[in-house]
Design a protein around this ligand. Structure first.
Ligand code: ADP
Ligand code: TPW
Length: 583
């Protein structure tokens, strides 16, 4: 077995592709691999583990890929997932495509079958032209055809995944390359340590000035923070800029916590009002996609003018005209904005540089937002504080929130429809990058993969708040969580269905799931702690206890099967027939 052989034990002065891949990864600081073993990568994984790389073996490549992707998001270093050929590769591709869509840096390395046979479609074991299949869904896709190219191939993958707008990179490793021999000296020389994989991209001074002028002259400014802002790890600079200018801000779901949700300048509880009435909006690492109604009426007003801070130049003007594009990395942009703000706030500087406008606080605008926030919070309070039996989404989430209130370190993973939509509003975050959810695609299936990836790279506890349908997409990874004894608590909002359950006694509809399923038994089979929670005190207690144990746990939270709405908050996206319906 190659995996049992250290580099020193190789015959003569030769090494092979297996060793070179591991050395190239280690040289570039890759310390963790997520994957599923099999031909032709089993020995590669064994060797990686023997050489000190942590390996997390999953039950399905999609979850392994999701773990790698979220590790990339949290660390700014591409997470690495390894899969076998054709079907394993395709399973991993879902995660790679999702990573690219969400701008997370990730590398999917797949072994591949004999190219001579694959290219003539002669029917090899797990035959597939993986490179061609990956290309449309990846930020970049490369194949390594010769062992002497392993070093440069891995370097290219790392740089492509992490520089500029991050994304998913596919790297095809043929079985032949893995087994090929290479002279040790030549091999050593072929390795590449990537210098500065994601270089800063400072903005043009003129672009910063243009944006600053627009912001300083606004009467009703609004900052929208997206997950690009969270990814940039410029938390302090962003917070200080918002606080010094006194502007209201709105976080997109994964940007919650850059400033705490209970921050007085948060406009989240008056979202529609702030969006609809702002005269200048500064988008920071957030795209004007469906999640922001493409920046169009009726949510947005025609007259609103936009500043967009983004690393990707082609994002500008994608949906609406952007008056002040600021293309650059968010850290560098905020550095420049702070420099301008310091000048703007100094009367002395403004005397000598009259072109620098004074940034004034817009008190009337903040007051109006404050009043609407208060009104909305009061209106929501009745629903949030009700205690129906069985629980509904609001009451169960309140119970979860109460258990999390004393646990600021906890990472929250969240997917489902109603579970996601209510969860986003009810679970407050006060630390950046601690909320990980269905993201840009609104995808189901990220739950256990994200939870494992977050626990692996942070060592902190994770609470995955899952719709019962959502959980099913990655549920078998509960075994993975138990095998590695990860501090992950999964809370399943069990209402017997996709969105909600079927009426009692009726046949199962397309959205129905087994009634009264005892999900907590799944984790018990693997030695974890299972809880069955049927009321809010029971749910708070179970979650507090599970978190205190630091061990894998699963809480089956029983929700009213009639609670929730079809598609949660995005029901309007369901197509409706244009043909007039007869009553
Ligand atoms: P959200 O879903 O939270 O609104 P999106 O995923 O739509 O956020 O947008 C993230 C944006 O952030 C992308 O357009 C991406 O190019 C950008 N981005 C990612 N990292 C950086 C960075 N370091 N600096 C600037 N922009 C970034
Ligand atoms: C990969 C479609 C959107 S939300 C959802 C599905 C199947 C599950 C909703 O039920 P759940 O949540 O999880 O029980 P809740 O809170 O409403 O009870 N396949 C993929 N992604 C998506 N988004 C779907 C299907 C979908």
């Amino acid at each position: 077995m190659v995996g049992d052989m250290s580099a020193e034990e190789m015959p003569g002065d030769m090494t092979d592709g297996f060793h070179l891949v591991v050395e190239a990864l280690k040289l570039n600081g890759v310390d963790t691999i997520y994957g599923v073993a099999g031909i032709p990568i089993t020995d590669l994984l064994r060797l990686a583990q023997a050489e000190g790389i942590r390996y997390f073996g999953f039950r399905h490549e999609q979850s392994a890929g999701n773990a790698a992707a979220i590790a990339g998001y949290l660390t700014q270093k591409p997470g690495v997932c390894m899969t076998v050929s054709a079907p394993g590769f395709l399973n991993g591709m879902v995660a790679l495509a999702n990573a690219t869509t969400n701008c997370f840096p990730m590398i999917l390395i797949s072994g591949s079958s004999d190219r001579a046979i694959v290219d003539l479609e002669q029917g090899d074991y797990e035959e597939m032209d993986q490179l061609a299949a990956a290309r449309p869904y990846a930020k970049a896709a490369y194949r390594i055809n010769r062992p002497q190219d392993i070093g440069i191939g891995i370097a290219r993958a790392i740089r492509a995944a992490s520089s500029g707008r991050p994304g998913g990179v596919y790297l095809d490793l043929t079985a032949e390359v893995l087994g090929s021999a290479l002279d040790v000296e030549a091999a050593k020389k072929s390795l590449v340590k990537v210098v500065d994989p994601a270089p800063p991209q400072p903005p043009a001074l003129e672009a910063v000035r243009r944006a600053f002028d627009l912001l300083a002259n606004a009467q009703r400014p609004l900052v929208i923070l997206g997950k690009g802002a969270a990814y940039a790890q410029a938390d302090k600079q962003i917070r200080e800029f918002i606080e010094k200018t006194g502007m209201p801000f709105l976080p997109m779901s994964m940007a919650k916590g850059i400033l705490p949700d209970d921050h007085p300048q948060s406009a989240a509880a008056a979202r529609s009002y702030a969006i609809g009435n702002a005269d200048v909006v500064m988008l920071v690492g957030a795209r004007l996609n469906w999640l922001l109604s493409h920046g169009r009426p009726p949510l947005w007003s025609e007259g609103t003018r936009f500043i967009q801070v983004d690393i990707s130049p082609t994002e500008i003007d994608s949906n609406r005209a952007i008056a002040a594009p600021v293309v650059g990395d968010i850290r560098s942009v905020f550095f420049a904005l702070h420099a301008t703000l310091a000048m703007s706030l100094s009367p002395k500087v403004r005397e000598t540089l009259p072109q620098v406008p004074e940034m004034k606080r817009q008190a009337a605008w903040m007051d109006e937002i404050g009043k609407r926030k208060q009104r909305n919070i009061e209106r929501m309070a009745a629903r949030l504080n009700a205690d129906p039996s069985p629980m509904n989404f609001s009451s169960a989430l309140r119970a979860v929130r109460n258990a999390l209130a004393t646990q600021p370190d906890v990472y929250v993973v969240n997917e489902g429809a109603n579970t996601l939509d209510f969860g986003r509003n009810i679970i407050d975050m006060d630390q950046p990058r601690h909320r990980l959810d269905s993201g840009t695609w609104g995808v189901m299936g990220i739950g256990m993969g994200y939870a494992i990836g977050a626990a692996a790279v942070t060592g902190k506890p994770v609470v995955a708040i899952e719709g019962d349908s959502a959980f099913g997409f990655s549920g078998m990874e509960i075994e993975t969580i138990c095998r590695y004894e990860l501090p992950v608590v999964t809370v399943i909002f069990n209402n017997n269905g996709v969105y909600r359950g079927d009426a009692p006694g009726s046949a199962y509809s397309p959205t129905g799931l087994l009634r009264d399923a005892r999900y907590e038994k799944i984790i018990e089979a693997f030695g974890g702690a299972g809880y069955h929670a049927t009321d809010t005190p029971g749910l708070t207690k179970a979650l507090s206890e599970a978190l205190a144990s630091g061990k894998p746990a699963l809480i089956n939270a029983v929700i009213d099967p009639t609670a929730g709405t079809e598609s949660g908050h995005i029901q309007s996206l369901n197509p409706r027939s244009a043909v007039a319906q007869k009553k």
